[in-house]
Design a protein. Sequence first.
Length: 317
Amino acid sequence: MGIETAPLVAAQWVRVARLPARVELDPALRRVLSARHSGTVVAVLAREGEEVRAGQAVLGLHSPEWAQAIASAQGNSARLRQATQAEARARALLEAGVIPRRELEAAQAELAGMRALAASDNARTAGGRIDDEGVIELPAPVSGRVLRRPVDAGSAVMAGDALLEIATGDALVALGSAPARLAGELDTGMRATTAAALDGTVSAVGSALDPATHALAVRFSLPAGAAAPGQMIELTVSRAAPADTVELPASAVVDIGGIASVFLVRENGFAVQRVSLLKSDSGSSWVRGAPAGERVVIRGVLALKSLAQAGASPEGE
């Protein structure tokens, strides 16, 4: 019959699908320094790939509008210090019984207003400072690696233009899609494994099909170094297997009388074993009901099936 057998292997994971995906640096770890006002870049103080510290000067610009915003922010900063001191004095005087509570409340309201104005100033100036030559020095908003710098010395910029992008970590995400037939099978938390056997997870699954591609959007979280940003990879998505699950070649499972079955090796031949089929694809099947370690027929299965359906007892050669 050309029978071939193999041992049943205990499975911890059931493969759900193999999906293509494009790798990107995790957007949560990317911080963009953008122009708050129009101007001209006059100095580049950080190169792409360079590690920078939060607060370190990374660009120099000429911008009258930006310089005016910084000057205004400096004045507001001085008034914030005065409001802070005034609130502290009012609190002490109230405790001493010198002033009524309404005067403290007025000082607190003034302080709250100045704090809000200071926060607005920081957004309008990006923490910029003016050096002795009138050049606006822009600091790195966070510590990390310069990922991208789309400007150079002499570049004219407009408000909103990206000046610098900093990566604060190396974690990756992968964006992929799944066919409609997998709707309901994919779920967050499932394991996603690269070809190099590095494990990530499914972090999000689209709730509706894309009307153009009729596919589900799937997002993965991957460990640093799993692939290069921009690379297309294939991820094997798996869910945890129930206890007593075994994996075997898909060819080993046949339908006998409407029931998934396998042929186990016995001393005097082979025995039909009904199993519960959990999942099957072109390469493997995952079943319960057949003990790990026992030998199962993986080649010559159809011939044994014919004998079993004919009422004959399948025997070994």
